[in-house]
Design a protein around this ligand. Structure first.
Ligand code: ADP
Length: 325
């Protein structure tokens, strides 16, 4: 018999579509195994300020399709301090929480890993971030929805770009990673993809445009916000001078990429991972993330998930260059 009788669940860091589906899966799986479930509001702040609320089956009804997170999310400075984590531990102990599921990104997992070095309440993580930049899992919850949002938006931009023979620089999210830019670029047939992982891409773009090969009605360049030039505005400014013949426009998609109803893929992934996270706690796992590799659920130590770098699929960039030329 597992010693786990009551678990906590929280969402932390940046929000992502599908977090609610994960909360639902964690809650329903725990109830199935006769565990009590406590929702912890506003990420780690909720542990320190005791923002606890019991979750029952009906509390997670009708949320699988909703973006955002019913538990709210936050960034919490106090949890970065020893004192903050001690208070969190004491509060968890006081209400009898034996294990915690953290839905968040690598910052949240770093906090969880540090907490588990000092305290005996096991933490298990579910990767929830639109950026997909977590090592050890092929997909993070929210990534697929964000991709679909970007594709829908870029398709619309393509219509107006073609109508006017314009060149658009479209900035997408990804402060440190180009996953969204690369995949959405392939999916929309973008003529250029600029991502932080690859330097001097702009040179390639330069050559491509200067070569005169391109007699297209429109050009779309997808730029990850964290690229080395400082995003779409900086890059477009540069091209304005190089190519006075182009009518250049810029669109920054911004936070609309974070919202919306999660895609079927994100809902299913969230359901699988929510279930797996509770099972992991029951199996006495701690300091691990549940992830997806080759469509199978795997356990990855936080230590690896936060330290190791996940690279983009460079083949995809090459394919994109061939297909959009
Ligand atoms: P994400 O989980 O989306 O990467 P953040 O990087 O903002 O988001 O991290 C979320 C929260 O995790 C932080 O507000 C903080 O409470 C906690 N956290 C992040 N890094 C650490 C750390 N080094 N030590 C303790 N807690 C941390």
């Amino acid at each position: 018999m597992s010693k786990i009788k009551k678990i906590g669940v929280l969402t932390s860091g940046g929000d992502a579509p599908g977090m609610n589906a994960a909360i639902r899966a964690v809650t329903r799986t725990a109830i199935y195994y006769n565990l009590e479930v406590i929702g912890i509001r506003e990420g780690y702040r909720g542990m320190i300020e005791r923002l606890f609320l019991p979750l029952w089956t009906h509390d997670v009804s009708d949320i699988i399709q909703r973006g955002g997170t019913i538990l709210k999310t936050a960034r919490c400075k106090e949890f970065r301090t020893e004192e903050g984590r001690k208070t969190a531990y004491e509060n968890l102990k006081e209400i009898g929480i034996d294990g915690v599921v953290v839905i968040g990104g690598d910052g949240s997992f770093t906090g969880a890993r540090i907490f588990n070095e000092d305290y005996d309440i096991p933490f298990v993580g579910i990767p929830g971030t639109i950026d997909n930049d977590i090592y050890g899992t092929d997909y993070t919850i929210g990534y697929d929805t964000a991709l679909n949002t970007v594709v829908e938006a870029v398709d619309k931009i393509r219509d107006t770009a073609s109508a006017h023979t314009r060149m658009f620089f479209v900035e997408v999210m990804g402060a440190e990673a180009g996953f969204i830019a690369l995949r959405s670029g392939v999916a929309t047939g973008a003529e250029g993809i600029i991502i932080p992982e690859i330097k001097n891409e702009e040179e390639k773009l330069n050559q491509l445009l200067a070569s005169g090969r391109r007699q297209k009605a429109s050009n779309i360049v997808i730029v990850a916000e964290g690229d080395e030039h400082g995003g779409a505005y900086a890059l477009a400014e540069k091209y304005k001078d190089h190519f006075p013949d182009y009518d250049i426009r810029i669109t920054v998609l911004g936070h609309l990429q974070r919202g919306g109803s999660p895609s079927a893929y994100d809902r299913v992934t969230a359901s699988k991972l929510g279930y797996a996270a509770v099972e992991a706690l029951l199996d006495d796992q701690k300091s691990v993330m549940v992830g997806i590799q080759n469509d199978n659920v795997v356990l990855v130590p936080f230590r690896k998930a936060v330290k190791l770098h996940k690279d983009v699929n460079r083949d995809l960039l090459e394919i994109s260059e061939i297909l959009s030329s």
